[in-house]
Design a binder for this molecule. Sequence first.
Ligand code: GDP
Ligand code: MN
Length: 400
Amino acid sequence: MKIQEADAKKLLLAQGLPVPAFEVARSPAEARAAASRLLHGHGSVGQVVIKAQVLVGGRGKAGGVKLAGSDDEAEHVADAILGMTIKGIPVRKVLVAPAADIVKEYYLAAVLDRAARRILLMGSAEGGVEIEQVAQSNPEAIVRIHADPLLGLRDWQAREMAFRLGLGAHLKAAVGVAKGLVKTMLAYDADLVEINPLAVVREGPGGAEERLVCLDAKITLDDSALFRHPDHEALRDPDDEAPADVEARRHDISFIHLDGTIGCMVNGAGLAMTTMDLVKRAGGEPANFLDIGGGAKADRVAAAMKLILDEPKVEAILVNIFGGITRGDEVAHGLIEARSRQSRDVPMVVRIVGTNAEEAAKLLEEARFETAASLDEAAAKAVAAAHAARASRAAAGGAG
Ligand code: GDP
Ligand code: MN
């Protein structure tokens, strides 16, 4: 689960990391009031930064991070940002903070390295840039240090990171941040705690002092550990999740979008992977990974069908069910119900084996579903149906 920058910063503050003060505003008027407090209050600053709170990276490039020098300008800028949609997500909140006077930007993150079964601290002196980009263009620029699974990140490791990033002048602060990121990972069961940029900024009268601060924060919490942190549920932002993802979670369906045209509905993760492989071998491309899980009832099947059909690029659907705990006839009922309600007509091929397969076959035959006896056959039929659908659409388009 991804959480907003403002929530991530609260968690970092609670772990003692250096985060500049900030407020969250939901309207231009609220942003104006927050900016006014910063611009005219005690220890006032010359400018504020206003940042879109959406769960995507690259807000700066998209115009979602702007400076303002007056109350009026802050209100105006907040109004513009609150009217934006960034990478398909409408901005509903902004963060307002004193604008930092940046000397240099760094990248520092703690990530879960599953292969090494350790927390990996990754740093780069090329901050502000997305790390994937640095990894491609300049992989040597990324410093990687694994924390000890028992002892955590040792002081000498944190110092090594600081020196290798060229943060020797801010050694104590950099060590604090490095250790703090690992501590934050452990405290909240996070998968990722990323500061980009971690910045050296000028502060104090005339900008005479330099300080190291976390200017941005991104935290991803481990979904499987959410039960250990009931309070984190409040950080979930359903607005920022695609509606399909919310719907999938509500029905306990594992659902991942892919780029192809064959919608797949399968029970079991392994079977879903196999099904996707066979679709590819038959010359098609899967439109999704979808696991309805064990013991799915008709309503979950219908919900899964709706998730698949809501994706306009889906040209054919392959249903592959291996009945164990899941009963074939339940699935068949779900499919029949889903089809009666479905918004558009897409060819569907169904293969159901295992528990109550005979009952399922009878139901499907009565409802005139296309079925297949083997998975290879089902995949071939689904791919052929998708090709036929595309050809007939092209013909219709050509004629018109
Ligand atoms: P992201 O683009 O979504 O990662 O958002 P960031 O919070 O990282 O902001 C993007 C960029 O905006 C940063 O790399 C900085 O260069 C710039 N930026 C962010 N906050 C400030 C600030 O307070 N002052 C100045 N001058 N620039 C900022
Ligand atoms: Mn950033």
